[in-house]
Write a protein that binds this ligand. Structure first.
Ligand SMILES: [Zn+2]
Length: 101
């Protein structure tokens, strides 16, 4: 993290120093094609997951869509009931506002 990456707490907008938390969240979607391919092969191989893994493509079963990083001060982590969805949406809105400026 560089100094330009520092910003106020994403929950309370207060100072994050001296101790804070970096929370990285990745929105992920199941790769249904890869799951179906594996499950189909597994069925053909008598239900053996290990055989299907070796005989198949062993493809990742997830698609990472977006990663967001939150900075949260220690006070908020220790004392606040944090609505993660609300904090994420506010962070996204702030990033969009910064991009348009
Ligand atoms: Zn805070």
């Amino acid at each position: 993290m560089k100094i330009e990456d520092l910003r106020p707490c994403d929950v309370c907008n207060g100072v994050i120093a001296p101790v804070f938390y970096q929370v990285s969240l990745t929105q992920t979607m199941i790769n249904t094609g890869a799951v179906n391919t594996h499950m189909g092969l597994q069925m053909q191989l008598g239900g053996s997951h290990q055989l299907a893994k070796v005989m198949g493509t062993d493809e990742d079963v997830d698609h990472k869509i977006n990663t967001i990083e939150l900075l949260i001060c220690q006070n908020c982590v220790l004392t606040e009931a944090i609505c993660l969805g609300g904090v994420i949406q506010e962070r996204i809105d702030k990033e969009k506002a910064n991009e348009s400026n």
